[in-house]
Ligand binder design. Structure first.
Ligand SMILES: Cc1ncc(COP(=O)(O)O)c(C=O)c1O
Length: 386
């Protein structure tokens, strides 16, 4: 049985999305900037996708800009805000568990003179809003806190953070990386109180290489690319129309029956968690109780997560040991920041779900997982005896 449980790394493109993308490449292939009929048709598709994405964010269409990925959206915010506001203040507040797109950009800005505060998290990757309050100073220009952590699945309290910011200075900008929460949680930008929000297509069954950035109306930040002036001059470069139209369609599909879809994913996740708890001893659940429906992180003690990953792969089951971008490097900065013991970090596996997963699949996964864990523990015990 094929079971793909690495949906936080990337998702399978929906057939309807692929169809629209193919049509946009082979039939509606005009350049939205062209004045002829082909251009006008392309422009219409662009507008439609923008309206679809804006609708899912409760934003207006002119607040949505298409980018090439979540990474570009994140980095545009960090560098753009710094360029535009560095004269007003030097402090940027973020967390120790952000995606490298944020962390590497912060390190770059520190070299330019920024005073970056990395807020800590607890054992279940939860943020203490009091720590954020203490870090807010009149010198703060930006707070960037992710909505959902990609490795642990914890949800950060964005509305509380907005309130804390407003108590100090409402003009401090607030950005969230919503790459892992978009279409899994409510991402109403007005309710969350964010000024900017990043999202990525390939986490919601659209293609790789398409992302978007919400920027609150009348907020001017320095653009990254200074070319032909597309996206109202904010993001130059001929629009990736197939990717954009595909993202619009993926959003349309995700918005349809969103509640039922999320509750199905939550049920599948709960099933796997209870099966693991009942059948496999010596584990530590690293995701918080109130985490997102799509992520479950568990440490199998006396095991190496990477060995489990490859054992499961033999049974056509696909999981991850951390985020896809950090799993090739040593250790996970997220699990380390959570204060996990080295053996808990070593034995961590991330299961990440989408609506295509079923409860029956979870029975199969647990059976294979149990066998893989036992066999690894037996081998390790035999090795220790020698
Ligand atoms: C939280 C988070 N932010 C940003 C990104 C980067 O998105 P993209 O792959 O579209 O650049 C990812 C991808 O894993 C992510 O999980």
């Amino acid at each position: 049985m094929f079971v793909y449980l690495d949906n936080s790394a990337t998702t399978q493109v929906k057939p309807q999305v692929a169809d629209i993308m193919a049509k946009t490449m082979t039939e509606d292939f005009g350049n939205p900037s062209s004045l002829h009929r082909m251009g006008v048709r392309a422009e219409k598709l662009l507008k439609q996708a923008r309206t679809q994405v804006a609708g899912a964010l409760n934003a207006s269409s002119d607040e949505v800009f298409f980018t090439s990925c979540g990474t570009e959206s994140d980095e545009t915010v960090l560098r753009g805000v710094w360029e535009s506001r560095r004269k007003q203040g030097k402090r940027i507040i973020t967390t120790a568990v952000e995606h490298p797109a944020i962390l590497r950009s912060c390190e770059y800005l520190q070299r330019q003179g920024a005073d970056v505060v990395y807020l800590p998290v607890d054992r279940y990757c939860r943020l203490d809003v009091e720590a954020l309050k203490a870090a807010l100073t009149p010198d703060t220009i930006l707070v960037s806190v992710m909505h959902v952590n990609n490795e642990a699945g914890s949800i950060f309290p964005l509305a509380d953070i907005r309130r804390a910011i407003d108590a100090v200075d409402p003009s401090i900008l607030f950005h969230t990386d919503a790459v892992q929460s978009f279409e899994k949680l409510d991402t109403d930008v007005r309710a969350l109180g964010v000024d900017m929000l990043s999202l990525s297509g390939h986490k919601i069954h659209a293609a790789k290489g398409i992302g978007a950035l919400y920027v609150k109306k009348d907020l001017h930040i320095q653009p990254f690319l200074l070319g032909g002036g597309q996206e109202k001059g904010f993001r130059s470069g001929t629009e990736n129309l197939p990717g954009i139209a595909g993202l619009g369609e993926a959003v349309r599909l995700a918005e349809e029956g969103k509640r039922e879809r999320i509750s199905h994913i939550a049920k599948v996740r709960a099933r796997l968690l209870s099966l693991i708890r009942e059948n496999i001893p010596d584990i530590a659940v690293n995701s918080p109780e109130d985490g997102v429906c799509s992520v479950l992180n568990v440490s199998f003690l006396d095991c190496r997560g990477e060995v489990l990953l490859h054992a499961l792969e033999q049974d056509d089951i696909y999981v991850s040991t951390g985020s896809a971008c950090s799993s090739h490097k040593k250790g996970s900065h997220v699990l380390t920041a959570m204060g996990l013991k080295p053996e808990e970090i070593e034995g961590a596996v991330r299961f990440s779900f989408c609506e295509d997963n079923t409860e029956e699949q979870m029975d199969y996964v647990c059976e294979k997982l149990k066998a893989a864990v036992s066999s690894q523990r037996r081998l390790r015990a035999a090795f220790k005896k020698r």
